[in-house]
Design a protein around this ligand. Structure first.
Ligand code: NAD
Ligand code: UDP
Length: 312
């Protein structure tokens, strides 16, 4: 039985990944410091004999024996990664060094959860993996964007210098059940606001775009990339369907049957204007593409938040 370490395993994507790995017969070690993750996300896994939980901060070294590492530990929502920016960049840089050191020591394969943010405010549409990006080094998003860029560099250097078996997955906006109520990203914010009958706040004009991938599709992409031989990446994983933030707000308003009003707040600094992945590489190399359209994914996500807010 393969032993798999999932850092950030008590978070939104990590908890779904742990669940899928257990279903597929892996022995799962979940490591988390519970900054944005929660025991509630993995409580249902705690009684599984193939599941172990370690409370640990990835900035500190740790010595474990595993066959594969999914390195997901890092706050992903702007409000959370900007809460303690120095800690965010330390998590990406020192955390990734610690995990690469472990991968080198025990000859484990390691997959890094990178991000579409490595493209910054992209000037090329859609984003292909050979695009080097347009990133501000000194802005409020830089702790996250630059941390993830250094993590990619570290992955490639450990690969070239030490022969570490690496996978770099560039994840685009992902949503679904188990996003925290206070996550602060756009889909959870809009759904929670709509369900509570509060105003839905659009930052800026709402003409900025994003492409939203349902979490089950994302986990399948990450799994396929880990299992694929000879595939360092980077590979974009995301849903290429692009929506404006205003369109998203209207969909959520309609699907929740809410009477919330849409209000416009000042734009966020360095907010990317457009974002859409090219997933040609993922289609060719991983035979992967998203299967769950936005409306279907929103239906599941709205049901989840309804349960969280109103019970039942
Ligand atoms: P999340 O915040 O729900 O999960 C991150 C997890 O990492 C949390 O459980 C948190 O407690 C843990 N963590 C943070 N710092 C840590 C540290 N120093 N030591 C140990 N654990 C730590 O976010 P998510 O959406 O599940 O994102 C998971 C990964 O995917 C992140 O690396 C993120 O950058 C990447 N990603 C996510 C998206 C997205 O849209 N969800 C997009 C691009 C990349
Ligand atoms: N956004 C918004 N209202 C919110 C939260 C976010 O209008 O309550 C906008 C935000 O300005 C950005 C987009 O939605 O243009 C996506 O933001 P999110 O934080 O979800 O992800 P990211 O900016 O990291 O892609």
């Amino acid at each position: 039985m393969k032993r798999v370490l999932v850092t950030g395993g008590a978070g939104f994507i990590g908890s779904h990944l742990c669940e899928v790995l257990l279903d597929r017969g892996f022995d799962v070690l979940c490591l988390d410091n519970f900054f944005t993750g929660s025991k509630d996300n993995i409580r249902h896994l705690l009684s599984n004999p193939c599941f172990e939980l370690v409370r640990h901060d990835l900035v500190q070294p740790i010595f474990l024996e595993v066959d594969q590492i999914y390195n997901l530990a890092c706050p992903a929502s702007p409000i959370h990664y900007q809460y303690n920016p120095v800690k965010t960049i330390k998590t990406s840089v020192m955390g990734t060094i610690n995990m690469l050191g472990m991968a080198k020591r025990v000859s484990a394969r390691i997959l890094q959860a990178s991000t579409s943010e490595v493209y910054g405010d992209p000037q090329r549409q859609p984003q292909t993996e050979d695009y080097w990006g347009n990133v501000n080094t000194i802005g409020p998003r830089s702790c996250y964007d630059e941390g993830k860029r250094v993590a990619e560099t570290l992955m490639m250097d450990y690969h070239r210098q030490n022969g570490v078996d690496i996978r770099i997955a560039r994840i685009f906006n992902t949503y679904g059940p188990r996003m925290a109520l206070n996550d602060g990203r756009v889909i959870s914010n809009f759904i929670v606001q709509a369900l509570k009958g509060e105003p839905m706040t659009i930052y800026g004009s709402g003409s900025q775009t994003r492409s939203f991938c349902y979490v089950n599709d994302m986990v399948e992409g990450l799994f396929r990339m880990m299992e694929q031989e000879q595939c360092t990446g980077p590979i974009n994983l995301g849903n290429p369907e692009e929506f404006t933030i205003l369109e998203l707000a209207r969909h959520i308003l309609e699907m929740t049957g809410s009477s919330s009003e849409i209000i416009f707040a000042p734009p966020l600094p360095d907010d990317p204007a457009r974002r859409r992945p090219s997933i040609k590489k993922a289609r060719e190399i991983l035979e992967w593409e998203p299967t769950i359209p936005l409306k279907e994914g929103l239906k599941h996500t709205i049901a989840y938040f309804r349960g969280l807010i109103f019970g039942g």
